[in-house]
Design a protein around this ligand. Structure first.
Ligand SMILES: [Zn+2]
Length: 86
């Protein structure tokens, strides 16, 4: 988990593309730093999902029990954004 949090902190603002931010739904494209690979992250009904291998391999066993580095990166991104504009 700590390793994944550290990896998520490597994502910069430019790596995250927000498509939709509303009270009910969040949609993001998250690009791996130094790579062209993009993952699609959503939060619908308080449930975070990602289409990466890490999440689809482990996250779907018990929904909501796993946060991949992309989801964490989005959370850190949102924390910074909301800090700027409360
Ligand atoms: Zn992911």
């Amino acid at each position: 988990m700590i390793k994944r949090i550290k990896k998520a902190l490597e994502f910069k603002k430019d790596n995250i593309n927000s498509l939709l931010i509303s009270c009910e739904e969040l949609h993001f494209y998250v690009k791996l730093p130094g790579s062209k690979k993009e993952s699609f992250v959503t939060c619908v009904g308080n449930l975070w999902r990602c289409d990466c291998e890490d999440f689809t391999g482990r996250g779907l066993h018990k929904e909501g029990s796993f946060l991949c580095k992309h989801i964490l990166a989005v959370l850190f991104y949102l924390a910074k954004e909301f800090e700027k504009t409360p």
